[in-house]
Design a protein around this ligand. Structure first.
Ligand code: HEM
Length: 406
């Protein structure tokens, strides 16, 4: 196996969303993996952070929650820093074991393969409806009209909400995550308030009239001898709406973009869709890596590859880079829908926070890709791709496409 020898110096600013304006900065990541895998990166409004770009390092840190904590935030900026508004409450993603384990146990039964497999038919029916809604038009935005619809409808279904509400809530999460200078003042606070109000109303309705849905199961469950209170439920609700939305959307958008860019691979896939869809999805996950990074915070003084990490230092795991590590993947810069084995870490690398929704995401992605590739065989780009402006989630934000109406 050879290590890439790009000569480009790491001049890139990994905090600047513009660095991700055409997808992830793979040349710069390759340089860092080879020359400076535990890279000290500056931060204009903060103390700076360690950028980890190698697969083994990302894996090592993700699997050692005692040394590398998820608190106070998994984003580089301390957005949840003082925690004042939340009091003792926190989202599961920002907790560490053993508290994290107790909360995760409440939701995990709904997301294991045994629970997700029976949803396949329902999810396929939703995928059919999504394509039905645009198929007569002959053109649409692949990201908004196809890819973004799937996760918002599925999570609404799981939580026992009207499907149209899933779509509205999803728009609110987009506003909450928008770069502050791209939306009018107060927009984000209003969106967060609307989301919380919706969650509070939903729990009141489900407490009065429980159903066969995840919301009702969460409200009936106990953690540390107590039922979830209103804030606990609202935080779970927001995490579930949020974590599966942009990620799944960006994967389908980015995966289709990769097929457009690699027509030979599209031909390989469509020649045997049943036989190759699973490996193609894993390759899309590796290639797109919708979650750019997750952050940890060192709890004690420690060392990584000889660099001294101090207690309190931010340590950032770059999944998109790890998924192109030359020491792990053969020809990592090649998009190969038949790649096997493919031990990508797009869902995390096996630590306690490994993606709760990975099985559900795979079912959603397979259903939608199957529907798109069989019913829109001549689907092609109809304009330039616009990429998401974010340093945290990566992929196309708009991808205009055309196809023969059917
Ligand atoms: C956590 C990726 C879809 C729910 C994560 C993490 C990643 C990830 C990288 C963090 C792993 C870590 O820190 O070790 C993705 C990708 C998806 C996807 C790439 C789609 C392509 C979903 C879906 C759901 C979901 C559909 C559920 C509806 C969650 C939750 C967590 C999480 C709740 C936090 C788990 C915890 O803290 O224990 N995901 N995800 N994800 N994901 Fe996903």
């Amino acid at each position: 196996m050879t290590v890439a020898t790009t000569t480009a110096a790491p001049t890139i600013d990994l905090l600047d969303a513009a660095s991700f304006a055409n997808g992830q900065p793979h040349d710069q990541f390759a340089w860092l993996r080879e020359h400076d895998p535990v890279h000290r990166h500056g931060e204009p409004d903060g103390p700076g952070f360690w950028a980890l770009t190698r697969y083994d390092d990302v894996r090592h840190v993700a699997r050692d929650p005692a040394t590398f904590s998820n608190s106070p935030s998994v984003q580089i900026a301390d957005v949840h820093g003082d925690g004042a508004a939340l009091g003792d409450h926190q989202m599961m993603l920002m907790m560490d074991p053993p508290r994290h384990s107790r909360y995760r146990k409440l939701v995990s039964p709904d997301f294991v393969p045994r629970s997700v497999r029976p949803l396949t038919h329902r999810v396929q029916a939703l995928a059919r409806q999504i394509v039905d809604a645009v198929i007569e038009r002959g053109e649409c935005d692949l990201v908004d009209d196809l890819a973004g619809e799937m996760p918002s409808l599925v999570i609404a279904d799981l939580l026992g909400m009207p499907l149209a509400d899933g779509r509205e809530l999803y728009k609110l999460t987009e506003l909450i995550h928008a770069a502050p200078d791209t939306v009018p003042d107060g927009t984000q606070l209003n969106a967060a308030i609307k989301m919380f109000t919706y969650a509070s109303d939903l729990q009141a309705a489900k407490r009065r009239n429980p159903g066969e849905d995840l919301s009702s199961r969460l409200l009936a469950a106990e953690v540390e001898g107590h039922r979830l209170d209103e804030m606990d439920f609202n935080l779970f609700f927001m995490l579930l709406i949020d974590a599966g939305g942009d990620t799944t959307r960006q994967l389908v958008g980015g995966g289709m973009h990769a097929l457009f860019e690699h027509p030979d691979q599209r031909a390989v896939l469509t020649a045997d869709l049943d036989g190759r869809l699973d490996t193609a999805i894993e390759e899309m996950l590796r290639w797109v890596s919708p979650v750019v990074y997750m952050r940890r915070t060192a709890t004690v003084d420690t060392e990584l590859r000889g660099r001294k990490i101090s207690a309190g230092d931010k340590v950032v795991l770059y999944y998109g880079s790890a998924n192109r590590d030359e020491l792990v993947f053969t020809n990592p810069q090649t998009f190969d829908v038949t790649r096997s084995p493919n031990d990508h870490i797009a869902f995390g690398s096996g630590g306690p926070h490994f993606c709760l929704g990975s099985h559900l995401a795979r079912v959603e992605i397979a259903a939608l890709l199957r529907e798109i590739l069989t019913r829109m065989p001549d689907l092609e780009p109809a304009g330039p791709t616009e990429w998401l402006t974010s340093n945290f989630i990566s992929g196309p934000r708009h991808l205009p496409v055309r196809f023969t109406p059917g």
